[in-house]
Design a binder for this molecule. Structure first.
Ligand code: ADE
Length: 462
């Protein structure tokens, strides 16, 4: 690969003579030629710029000077021995360019035989230059290093040479190190890395990395990469491919707020938030759609409908949202589409919610007695496509956090619920969320009685 760099500061590029790029030049893997733009000027002051036509601050680089320089450099032959196949690309660093990405660098490394980099200064290069070469069959690439302004394109030229150069065969000693790095094929930021000493200033390398268990190490790294990417580059996490994700991966992503419902090609960023009145219509539809899923086979459609009419109609839901003693949380995407909800009844003070509904007021769970309100988790539903992917755990965590905020002054608030004893899916899920079975109750749906199991847990889990 050959790089030609044109700049008014050709001496700037001595940095490319060191490190791996320097070595690659010495070994003939790549050639870098720098050119002084002023060599193509035709006046005694060797001027390369002029004032902007139309007025305004600063100076603009002249098309005539750039044209002469680029004609010569683009026409010059590739040094013998270099592959003649591949394109010549005219790369122009500019803060107004498209952001430079690893994909673009990979593409250039595999398709270009020569990259000519035109470094602008001042307010940039006369716009006709890029237009002219693009119209004359030169592939042009106006790129930006990031959303900030440098004094010129030189730093960005060095960045392009290094980012593309290191992808050429033979530049990076161990090609394996290109596989898992940030912005690699997985589309994630790289996990944190460590080396000896194992203990440094009181900070220890995570034990799992010392375990020798390669699967555990790989999983730990993958999850750290998810966390880092979620925190720093959520836009990247929303673009990852979901086909290769395991159920555990999906659950980990769900903990971070990225859900992978059935059939989704990419994770979906979702929030758990309090319901608003503008959610009522969709929430009522969700409630009506999901309630029958939890009904045991002996319940008639008529009983189910009666229950929905009486407790889950739009007007009921509007009431739950508005009334202080109810907390309605929804699992929502950014467009307001709802995939789950929870409905909690919060008693006054440290009282008991649902004492007529079988609240386990005397329950003690895991040796921890209630010292605060006994809150009822009256409804907790996740839509079908969102089951088995960690959505319930995410919704529950959001609900628990909101309830803790509401009962912050109490030492040990409790949460309880009842669910049909035949609903093994729900029972398993509640146990996984930290609930313990503490009793039974009879629960009326429409005009039929149901035998429920009652669960409870302390809200503050260790
Ligand atoms: N020239 C000035 N600022 C730049 C940036 N952010 N990226 C590329 N070239 C530039």
């Amino acid at each position: 690969m050959r790089f030609d760099i044109l700049s008014v500061f050709p001496e700037f590029f001595s940095v490319l003579d060191v490190s791996l790029v320097g070595k690659a030049q010495a070994h003939g893997v790549l050639t870098i030629t720098t050119h002084d733009l002023r060599d193509w000027t035709d006046d005694p002051h060797r001027s390369v710029d002029d004032t902007p036509v139309g007025g305004g601050a600063g100076m603009v680089m002249r098309a005539d000077v750039w044209g002469r320089a680029l004609d010569d450099v683009l026409r010059s032959p590739l040094p013998s021995g270099e592959p003649s196949s591949g394109e010549t690309v005219l790369a122009i660093p500019t803060p107004a360019g498209i952001p430079l990405t690893q994909r673009a660098c990979e593409d250039l490394a595999s398709s270009a035989a020569r990259i000519v980099i035109a470094c602008g200064r001042y307010e940039g290069i006369d716009a006709r230059v890029v237009e002219y070469y693009a119209a004359h069959n030169v592939r042009t690439f106006e790129y930006s290093l990031g959303d900030y302004v440098l004094n010129g394109g030189e730093i960005a030229a060095v960045a392009l040479v290094e980012a593309v150069g290191r992808l050429l065969p033979g530049v990076v000693g161990n090609p394996e190190s290109l596989v898992e790095e940030s912005h690699g094929a997985a589309g994630l930021l790289e996990y944190p890395v460590f080396t000896r000493p194992i203990e440094w200033r009181g900070y220890r390398v995570p034990d799992v990395l010392l375990s020798g268990n390669h699967r555990e190490v790989a999983r730990w790294r993958r999850y750290r990469a998810y966390e880092r990417t979620a925190q720093r580059r959520p836009d990247m996490l929303e673009r990852i491919d979901t086909v290769a994700l395991t159920k555990r991966d999906k659950r980990k992503l769900a903990e971070l707020g990225y859900l992978v419902p059935q059939g989704a090609a990419h994770p979906l960023r979702m929030d758990v938030r309090e319901a608003r009145l503008d959610d009522v219509a969709e929430l009522a539809a969700l409630a009506a759609r999901t309630f029958p899923d939890a009904a045991p086979p002996h319940l008639t459609a008529q009983s189910v409908d009666m229950f929905i009419e009486e407790f889950l109609s739009a007007s009921c839901i509007a009431h739950y949202i508005e009334a202080d003693e109810w907390l309605v949380m929804v699992l929502s995407d950014r467009c307001g589409h709802l995939a789950g909800y929870s409905l909690c009844l919060i008693p006054a003070g440290d009282g008991v919610a649902g004492s007529d509904d079988g609240a386990p007021a005397a329950a003690v769970v895991g040796g921890r007695a209630r010292r605060g309100p006994l809150i009822e988790l009256s409804k907790f539903y996740v839509d079908r496509d969102y089951r088995g992917i960690g959505a319930a755990a995410y919704l529950f965590e959001g609900t628990r956090t909101a309830l803790l905020r509401r009962s912050a002054q109490y030492e040990e608030p409790y949460l309880w619920l009842g669910t049909n004893h035949e609903n093994t899916r729900a029972r398993h899920a509640y146990r996984k969320l930290g609930f313990s079975e503490v009793g039974t109750r009879v629960f009326r749906v429409g005009d039929q009685d149901n035998s429920d199991v009652v669960y409870a847990m302390p809200l503050r889990v260790a």
